[in-house]
Design a protein around this ligand. Structure first.
Ligand SMILES: NC(=O)C1=CN([C@@H]2O[C@H](COP(=O)(O)OP(=O)(O)OC[C@H]3O[C@@H](n4cnc5c(N)ncnc54)[C@H](O)[C@@H]3O)[C@@H](O)[C@H]2O)[C@@H](O)CC1
Ligand SMILES: [K+]
Length: 502
């Protein structure tokens, strides 16, 4: 096995697909860690996680026909040793278990019941070790009926690796998937643990070390690059533009925000967010008719009066304005389209949001062909569908669209995905549901522009903005409206400054 120099960057935050995880297992086994030992460690980790959360009680361990079921046999043994009353049920034939699972099944001293709804009848806790990474078709038959019976009982369920029926790669559900109170996975998380709807079925997620050396990642990465991470400071904090003692406002960048003529609040929110995230200067280009609205509300922000799209293009052409934002409250009209194209033509960092995306619905190629500088597109699902034909799960759609457009894609939602044209991707789970309220997207777009203006690369800037956006919402708590976000960015930045890898 290679040394740690071959580890992919931020390897703790990597998300591995089930296939990549199987390759990591194989690499560990090839490096001399027997599969049966990995399974023993996996089962022990789950049993330990259970014992620290629940006192001994009646538990039914549901085992599937593969290695996930093998983990189940280990869990049953460990819980029994710890004084729990354990029932174990197996789907399929004991003689057909794969070798590592068969080995651990031989150590189980109790009865092996057939897996059917009756086996959870008196349980106070249920362990779902039916299917994990090997799920190959929708859940049906006895597995589905038994998990449904467990869920109807209303007792807590602990899932091994993934709740059965959850596709670890996409987060999609197949046939039926129970809601776990606790999911214990091994070595690294999978995209499906963070993507919706999967994340909602995992409950608390624990990642256990089962003895796979991190260097196994180097071996996996040589087959296909590993470039999907859970979004968080680990991934981008080295690129975060903290103000420097010797800096001055001109070194902290200058954001130009196109202000809308009707919905003036959106661009104001974006401008405040750009400023709060650290941009040295922010200019809002305000249409003449509503100039006073902007000017009276934005004391420390420059409000430039524009009479025409040509005026805006003139502002955008000023090279000191090193990050441009068009879209918030812009209106889906010709003027917005001209402003977006003027921003892209400037060849500097650009964020296009909302209406500045919608105006290219009929000819997205015009938009993609105009891209020159680092460009970030921030669609929600509806806006995305107007621009891109990409199908599939959210992660692959975002990646395909990033490649097609040559832009960093921020595909928003409760599980925002950030994707770069070179295949890198982030899945964000750091966002409370309170963010689903009007204007929060404008704030996010402003934050990305603010970080771009300070020289942060587009992929990292998008990831950092998405995380800080979530952090500011957590800091505020319930009752959030978009206006609260810029005001809570200082707290979020404080958390980031103190953040330590764990
Ligand atoms: N060495 C390893 O590979 C390790 C694997 N571990 C465990 O092994 C699991 C992966 O094991 P496997 O690859 O054997 O996969 P699983 O145990 O998840 O499932 C594979 C079996 O289920 C069947 N199956 C899949 N979907 C089905 C469906 N919907 N209905 C009926 N049958 C279905 C397959 O035909 C196969 O027999 C991980 O999730 C993890 O829990 C851990 O023990 C750690 C070490
Ligand atoms: K499972």
């Amino acid at each position: 096995m290679s040394d740690s120099a071959s580890l992919p960057p931020h390897h703790h935050a990597l998300l591995l697909t089930p296939r990549e995880m199987a390759l990591a297992d194989q690499a560990a086994i090839a490096a001399g860690v027997p599969g049966a030992r990995l399974m023993a460690a996996a089962g022990k980790a789950v049993a330990d996680a259970i014992c620290t959360r629940w006192s001994p009680r009646r538990v039914t361990v549901l085992c599937g026909p593969g290695n996930n079921g093998g983990d189940g046999f280990v869990i049953a043994c460990r819980l029994r040793e710890a004084g729990w009353q354990v029932r174990l049920a197996l789907l399929g034939d004991r003689a057909a278990l794969p070798p590592d699972a068969a080995l651990h099944a031989r150590e189980w001293p109790g009865a092996v019941e057939p897996l059917e709804p009756a086996c959870v009848g008196d349980a106070e806790l249920v362990v779902d070790a039916i299917f994990g990474a090997g799920l190959s078709r929708p859940l049906d038959g006895a597995a589905k009926a038994t998990l449904q019976a467990a869920e109807r009982l209303g007792v807590p369920l602990c899932a091994v690796d993934t709740p059965s029926g959850l596709d670890g790669e996409s987060g999609n559900l197949s046939g039926y998937t129970p809601h776990a109170a606790l999911t214990v996975t091994f070595f690294r998380r999978k995209p499906g643990h963070l993507l919706l709807p999967g994340r909602e079925h995992c409950g608390e997620l624990v990642v256990a070390d089962i003895g796979i050396p991190p260097e196994a990642l180097g071996a996996v990465g040589r087959q296909a690059p590993l470039q999907c991470w859970a979004n968080g400071p680990r991934v981008w904090r080295e690129a975060f533009p903290w103000p420097r003692a010797q800096g001055h406002k001109y070194q902290r960048g200058h954001v130009l925000v196109a202000g809308g003529a009707l919905m003036t609040g959106a661009a104001r929110l974006a401008a405040r967010a750009a400023q709060r995230v650290g941009a040295g200067l922010v200019t809002v280009a305000a249409p003449a008719a509503v100039w006073p609205v902007y000017a009276s509300a934005l004391e420390s922000i420059i409000v430039a009066r524009v009479e025409s799209d040509a005026d805006f293009a003139g502002l955008a052409a000023d090279p000191r304005k090193n990050a441009l934002l068009v879209g918030p409250g812009a209106g889906a009209d010709e003027s917005t389209r001209r402003q977006a194209l003027a921003a892209l033509a400037a060849g500097r960092a650009t964020v296009l949001d909302a209406d500045a995306l919608t105006v290219f619905a009929r000819d997205p190629r015009t938009l993609f062909d105009a891209v020159q500088g680092p460009t970030v597109l921030t669609p929600h699902d509806g806006e995305f569908a107007r621009l891109f034909a990409a199908a599939g799960d959210k992660l692959s759609r975002a990646r395909k669209a990033a490649r097609e457009s040559g832009c960093v894609l921020v595909l928003k939602g409760g599980d925002t995905v950030v994707a770069a044209p070179d295949g890198r991707a982030l899945v964000n789970a750091h966002a409370p549901a309170t963010l689903a309220t009007g204007g929060t997207g404008d704030v996010l777009a402003g934050m990305i522009a603010g970080l771009l203006a300070q020289g942060m690369p587009a992929f990292e800037a998008a990831g950092a903005a998405v995380w800080l956006h979530g952090e500011a919402a957590y800091a505020f708590g319930p009752g959030l409206v978009a206006d609260d976000l810029p005001a809570h960015l200082p707290q979020a930045l404080g958390t980031l400054a103190r953040w330590q890898p764990h």
